[in-house]
Structures are given as structure tokens and as C-alpha cells.
Design a protein around this ligand. Structure first.
Ligand SMILES: C[S@@+](CC[C@H](N)C(=O)[O-])C[C@H]1O[C@@H](n2cnc3c(N)ncnc32)[C@H](O)[C@@H]1O
Length: 348
């Protein structure tokens, strides 16, 4: 790590370890923007320890379905809210690993591990102290993780390409990256990127979509999907005075470790959702423009077909056709939301 990277890590660690004591101390809504949480997750929240909930600083609900028995890695797990929700979602046969670099945050998470294990009837969560830029250093093997989640953390890393490279190293083939984070409509000026408050509030290091897309493309992941996005308002006048020219969004993103193409190609394939995910009996949203109603076939490009047929979602879809016959580019005109910056990277 460079000196600047170490200083940025130190500044973030200080912010989350010393400056903030609960989500009430945040100056903007960026780190805890109200993202409509699905009802079945809200019900699980009620069973978590209050102190874990008080120190939640996430910006979304990056908890995808179909997790039973899976190994899930939460990058920047903080006080562990999402890890304990995931503990319920993966069940006793699954495993949850939370990683964080701030001892004060991890201490809260670890202190309540037995409390949750007793309530749930099983213990399947472990917490590791480490940097998300170097998961090898804390023993996370290649191709060992089914799903990587993260909630408002990657923006805080001074070395985002390293974090994303580590994610794709540890994911199993067909595994999924599903995360919520703060995105900006432009590159943030260097001076503001190092401002401790802007950085800590998840604004200074916010990802610029096109740069994020380029990093993933360089990692052989050329098709990233936006699941949902919400605008972030800068409530604090001092913060707005510094960085009010930038528009921020909380975006939930999904990407798969699969050999996808850089454009959506048409092979005449069709996908039909079977309605078999218990929390989603009527429909499944792959992303902000793929809404699969139960039993209703939808024409899909080759990449979408692969995401559904070569991932853990396969048993919930019937995908018809293969890629032996090509019909040209897939017509994937984005919907109204697709005109925003954060949709430009999804090729479909
Ligand atoms: C905005 S908080 C989110 C915490 C948690 N995901 C949640 O939703 O409450 C950011 C967390 O990421 C951790 N973090 C930031 N940069 C990190 C890095 N490079 N490596 C490990 N953890 C990091 C911080 O210590 C902090 O706990």
C-alpha cells in the first residue's frame, strides 16, 4: 500500500472507530439512506441485538435471495448487522464471514455472536480482522465463496481495483457479487477525496460509474447490472458547500464470475422464472430492467441467459435455447432509468 492509501485507511478507521458511535452521528444520509427493505428482511431485523442495529452504517440491503447452505463473505461488515441477517438466510448449513479493519466495529460484532447463536440455535458466523484489499492475508482462498456482499464500504477503499480483483479471486465460478454503495456522477477532485469527513461519510471516495465499469471490464467482468438506485441528499450545509456540485446515488449492483460478452448478443434464448424462490413467489428482479414474472417467458440476451443458467439461480429458471445460432446484437434499449449514469455500464 502507498503512504496515501495507508493514511486514507487510518482516516476511515478513526472515523468509524472513534468519531461515530451510532448512525445518529452521521452528517448525511449517504451511509444509511432509506432503501425499501423487503418485508421478509425487516421481519428478521427484529430478532437482532439492538447494539448491532444502532451501529449500522450501510446504504442499502445487499442481501440477495437463494442463500441456503451457501458461503457468504461480507466486506466491511462493521458491527455485523448484515452478517447476522445472512446467518438466518444461509441457515445452519451455510457459513458467513465478516471482514473489517476497524477493531471498535468488530468488537461490537464479536461481542454479540453468542447472543445471536443462542437465539438462532446455531453458530455459523465468523469475523476476521483485515483489509478488504488483501483477503489472501486473512486466509480466504481462491474460488471459495458463493456470494460476496458489501454495504457502503468499497467507496472507502483507496485501492478499489485491488478490492475488486480480490472479490473475483475468491468467488467460485458462477458466484455473485451483490453490493450497495455510493456512486457519484463524476470523479471527485483529489482534495475532496482526502477530506476526512467527506471520506468517512462515504462521499469523498464515491465510485464514478464509468471508472467502476472499467475496473470490472479489466477483470473480465464486462456486464454489471444495476438492481436499484436512490438519490442521496446532502442534508448538512457544510458538506453541501464543499461537494454540492456532485450528484450522489446509493446503488445496488450485481455481477457474476462468468465468462460474459462485452455486449448483449442475441442467440434467440428465452428464460422463464419458475416462481420457486420462497420469498419471491410472483416475480424475480434480476436488475432494474429484467423483471421475470412467474411463468411468463422473456426473451433474453446470451449474458442474461448465462447469469440465470450458470449461477445458483439455475434451479429457479428454465432457460431455453443455447448459443449455437447467433441473430446479431440483442435489442436492449434501456428503459427510462437506463438513461442515468449508473445504468450505462450494464450492456443490456
Ligand atoms: C459505512 S461502514 C459500513 C459498515 C457495515 N457494512 C454496515 O452496513 O453497517 C464502513 C465499514 O467498512 C470498514 N472498512 C472501510 N474500509 C475498509 C478496508 N479497506 N478494509 C476493511 N474494512 C474497511 C470500516 O471499518 C467500517 O466498519
Amino acid at each position: 500500500m502507498t503512504t496515501t492509501s495507508i493514511e486514507i485507511n487510518e482516516s476511515v478507521r478513526h472515523y468509524y472507530g472513534q468519531v461515530l458511535q451510532s448512525s445518529n452521528d452521521l452528517k448525511t444520509s449517504a451511509c444509511c439512506s432509506i432503501d425499501a427493505m423487503p418485508g421478509y428482511l425487516k421481519a428478521l431485523l427484529a430478532g437482532l441485538h439492538p447494539e448491532v442495529l444502532e451501529r449500522f452504517y450501510g446504504c442499502g440491503s445487499p442481501l440477495p435471495p437463494v442463500l441456503t447452505g451457501k458461503t457468504v463473505l461480507d466486506l466491511g461488515c462493521g458491527s455485523g448487522r448484515d452478517c447476522y441477517l445472512l446467518s438466518k438466510l444461509v441457515g445452519p448449513t451455510g457459513r458467513v464471514i465478516g471482514v473489517d479493519m476497524t477493531p471498535e466495529q468488530l468488537e461490537v460484532a464479536v461481542r454479540h455472536r453468542d447472543w445471536h447463536a443462542e437465539r438462532f440455535g446455531y453458530a455459523n458466523v465468523e469475523f476476521l480482522h483485515g483489509h478488504i484489499e488483501n483477503l489472501a492475508a486473512i486466509g480466504i482462498d481462491d474460488n471459495s465463496i458463493d456470494v460476496v456482499v458489501s454495504n457502503c464500504v468499497i467507496n472507502l477503499s483507496p485501492e478499489k481495483p485491488r478490492v475488486l480483483a480480490e472479490i473475483f479471486r475468491v468467488l467460485k465460478p458462477g458466484g455473485e457479487l451483490y453490493f450497495s454503495d455510493v456512486f457519484a456522477d463524476r470523479r471527485i477532485p483529489t482534495a475532496l477525496r482526502q477530506d476526512p469527513v467527506l471520506l468517512g461519510e462515504c462521499l469523498g471516495g464515491a465510485l464514478y460509474w464509468e471508472d467502476f465499469r472499467r475496473i470490472l471490464q479489466a477483470l473480465d467482468c464486462p456486464d454489471v447490472r444495476v438492481v436499484k438506485q436512490n438519490s442521496i441528499s446532502l442534508g448538512d450545509p457544510d458538506v453541501a458547500a464543499k461537494i454540492g456540485m456532485v450528484k450522489f446515488q446509493s446503488v445496488t449492483v450485481r455481477a457474476f464470475k462468468l465468462p460474459l460478452e462485452d455486449r448483449c448478443e442475441d442467440y434467440g434464448q428465452v428464460a422463464c422464472y419458475l416462481g420457486s424462490i420462497p420469498e419471491h413467489p410472483h416475480a424475480f428482479d434480476l436488475d432494474d430492467h429484467h423483471y421475470f414474472e412467474t411463468g411468463r417467458p422473456l426473451r433474453v440476451c446470451g449474458n442474461t441467459a448465462d447469469m440465470l443458467a450458470a449461477s445458483r439461480y439455475a434451479e429457479h429458471f428454465q432457460v431455453l435455447g443455447d448459443q449455437s445460432r447467433h441473430f446479431g446484437l440483442f435489442d436492449c434499449t434501456p428503459g427510462p432509468q437506463g438513461e442515468s449514469a449508473a445504468s450505462g455500464g450494464s450492456c443490456c
